[in-house]
Ligand binder design. Structure first.
Ligand SMILES: O=C(O)c1cccc(C(=O)CC[C@H]2O[C@@H](n3cnc4c(=O)[nH]cnc43)[C@H](O)[C@@H]2O)c1
Length: 235
């Protein structure tokens, strides 16, 4: 069984790579065997352009049974503790569109895209987790993907009013789009490294977010390996 694990940067999944180095067989660069699973690791780069290109190139050559994107992200929810990990249920492309004086209009608003066009559900890229082989026990969250990390009150207010987001990243939508188009069951794990607020990098808690992200990622991959191993034995 083939599992793809992708992240924007090596830093975000370094502890998971350490786990693989010590608990699985290394098949080649970025490819590991854990029980009955072959795990490919793809460091796709920061942002939607890099993610789309890397994933598109990878998926033109490989068809994983499941794909996981693991990364840190900002949260709009001040009541959610930093370091907690969520599964993103739906993604909006939140800064692709046109400015109309002081208004932002996305590509649906200006009729360049149509709601429900493949692979959108309405205007978002939805993961209903239906094809995911295991129960998803994490809180589900709504994500926005942006090219510009939000750091001003007007931008944050605009995003909240338009999309009611809980988490912001720079890659999630590209991952959802590629997996939906290729019909690959997927899971986007985001660990909350910062609140989406007027920029103050000193408040970001990246080490704590990376730690919890990797605990969840490692646990998820171990569960998948166990699940597939039992399924194959019973086949
Ligand atoms: O500006 C800096 O000095 C700086 C240094 C390191 C990292 C950054 C980032 O903005 C990280 C972008 C990276 O992490 C994800 N991420 C984390 N928090 C957010 C957020 O609030 N909004 C959007 N993306 C976020 C993102 O997916 C990137 O992969 C800056």
């Amino acid at each position: 069984m083939k599992i793809l694990v992708t992240a924007a940067t090596t830093l975000e999944i370094q502890p998971f790579l350490h786990f693989l180095e010590h608990n699985s067989q290394r098949v080649s660069n970025h490819k590991y065997r854990l029980s009955v699973c072959e795990i490919d690791v793809l460091i796709a780069g920061i942002g939607m352009m890099h993610t789309a290109y890397s994933l598109g190139r990878y998926l033109s050559l490989h068809t994983p049974h499941v794909a996981i994107q693991a990364g840190i992200g900002g949260t709009f929810r001040k009541d959610w503790p930093l370091g907690s990990v969520v599964a993103i249920e739906k993604e909006y492309l939140a800064d692709l569109g046109a400015e109309d004086n002081d208004q932002f209009k996305d590509l649906f608003d200006i009729n360049l895209w149509q709601p429900d066009q493949t692979p959108f559900t309405g205007i978002s890229l939805v993961n209903n987790f239906c094809a995911w082989p295991l129960p998803v026990e994490l809180p589900a969250a709504t994500g926005v993907s942006v090219n510009l990390v939000s750091g001003s009150a007007p931008t944050i207010a605009r995003l909240e009013a338009k999309y009611q987001p809980e988490v912001e990243s720079m890659e999630g939508a590209a991952f959802h789009y590629a997996c939906l188009e290729q019909n690959i069951p997927f899971l986007q794990l985001r660990s909350l490294s910062n609140y989406v607020e007027i920029r103050d990098k000193s408040k970001w808690q990246i080490p704590q977010a990376v730690k919890s992200l990797n605990e969840t990622l490692t646990h998820t991959v171990q569960q998948l390996a166990e699940h597939y191993s039992v399924a194959i034995k019973n086949f």
